[in-house]
Design a protein around this ligand. Structure first.
Ligand code: FES
Length: 274
């Protein structure tokens, strides 16, 4: 939040007692490159995911039961036949409502409130600050104590929802082991779906809230050896949480894109069995 011009000389980096440096930063390296790449990467994903979630085309390859993760679960009568793995309890939906309207808000909330993504977009989008030793343009800082940023504290609840959605994605990947004429079969699409869901689980389980769920509020690890072991494994994954955050953005796009190509008959699925 920018303060009125009259206040600028007394708050934030202009406070009395702070070094009087006119330059915004004395850094000579390309400190701007990392925030720039981050904002480009996030923007590319958001644009792709938004378009794909609304177009309602080529999201289900009926021959092999491949369902795009951007359309799961598909619970309305607007879904193409076969795409509704859990039935159609909802009526037809207008075009401005995405077919995965039940999961997308929670997935969006999960990613938006993720500790890694917060760091990414605080730096890259809000420039707060853009990098170490680079003064931010804002002169006030209210933290996550008021709207809208206080919503960040709800991350653990989005984590629970993400676990449920990961179970649904796992089910989607399992029912996709389906041959063209019925029965068992698998092809490259199955490999992509399974890899995607495994990585989604890895991202979800490596969440900071998961660390708290598994090992938080314990006074003595020695009295809870199972929870301690689980917490230790989650903590190891947690050190790579940033990488999983980015990798899963890529695998989500790749999975949807591949299914789009197969469902639209642009390419044929590479079949190994069935
Ligand atoms: Fe990133 Fe929870 S901290 S998903």
């Amino acid at each position: 939040m920018s303060a009125p011009a009259t206040e600028r000389d007394t708050v934030g980096v202009f406070s009395p007692g702070r070094a009087r440096i006119l330059a915004r930063t004395l850094r000579q390296d390309r400190w701007w490159l990392s925030p720039l790449l981050t904002v480009v990467g996030l923007a590319a994903f958001v644009i792709y995911a938004t378009i794909r979630s609304f177009v309602r085309t080529a999201y289900y390859a009926a021959d092999y039961h491949y369902l795009s993760p951007f359309y799961s679960p598909c619970l309305s009568e607007s879904c193409v036949p076969g795409a509704s793995h859990f039935g159609t309890p909802f009526p037809e939906l207008p075009m401005w409502i995405p077919l995965a309207f039940l999961s997308l808000p929670f997935l969006l909330g999960f990613r938006l409130t993720c500790y890694y993504y917060r760091k990414a977009y605080y730096r890259s989008v809000w420039l707060s600050p853009p990098a170490c030793a680079v003064a931010e343009p804002h002169s006030r800082y209210t933290g996550e104590t008021r709207l809208p940023l206080i919503i960040q504290n709800s991350h653990r609840y989005f984590f629970y929802a993400a676990v449920v959605i990961s179970v649904i994605n796992t089910y989607d990947a399992i029912v996709a082991f389906h041959g063209e004429g019925g029965g068992f079969g698998f092809g490259l699409g199955n490999v992509i779906l399974v890899v995607n869901v495994l990585l989604l689980w890895t991202y979800t389980v490596s969440c900071h809230s998961c660390r708290h769920v598994t090992g938080g509020r314990l006074k003595h690890f020695s009295k809870h050896p199972v929870r301690y072991w689980v917490w230790s494994q989650v903590s190891k994954l947690n050190t790579r949480h940033m990488q999983f955050a980015w990798i899963t953005l890529g695998t989500l796009v790749l999975t949807d894109f591949y299914i789009m190509l197969v469902a639209s008959n642009t390419i044929s699925d590479l079949r190994f069995v069935g």
